[in-house]
Design a protein. Structure first.
Length: 146
């Protein structure tokens, strides 16, 4: 059914409001998510911002077990190009889910070029250390503070 919703939205070019209690389902389908507690919106944002920057303690607890590599796109971890750093030959799309390119990115010593899908314009760069920090940094910090 999820695939059908995505297909319909692509064909019809219409906004779809989908209500679910399954956060993984919301992450797969949504470009914006509202997390509610007792009928009040705690945070309304993109999936990446909800996972990376929870607005409240409730949202933080709600998202702490989310597998970030399956949710976040490369654009969530890219930085502007620093002309002083050398780039690798690898290029990845800003829209790639981190899980799909992580092995390639993590094997690079140099910055990886981030491009757009449509015309391969360079929009930024990502370093393997940033991917590691975003995926594991806050969990490691939380575990060390416990």
């Amino acid at each position: 059914m999820q695939d059908e919703f995505l297909r319909l939205q692509g064909v019809l070019k219409k906004t779809i409001l989908f209500v679910t209690h399954d956060f993984d389902e919301a992450l797969r389908l949504a470009d914006r998510i509202a997390i509610m507690k007792e009928g009040i919106i705690e945070q309304l944002d993109t999936p990446a911002n909800i996972v990376l920057n929870p607005a409240t303690e409730y949202v933080r607890k709600f998202t702490e077990e989310v597998p970030r590599e399956k949710v976040l796109r490369i654009e969530s971890v890219m930085d502007p190009i620093d002309s002083s750093e050398e780039l690798s030959d690898l290029q990845v799309s800003k829209d790639a889910i981190i899980e799909t390119v992580a092995e390639e990115v993590l094997s690079q010593q140099k910055l990886v070029t981030v491009t757009t899908d449509a015309d391969n314009n360079v929009v930024g760069a990502v370093h393997s250390s940033k991917v590691i920090h975003v995926l594991f940094g806050s969990r490691a910090e939380t575990e060390n503070n416990d």
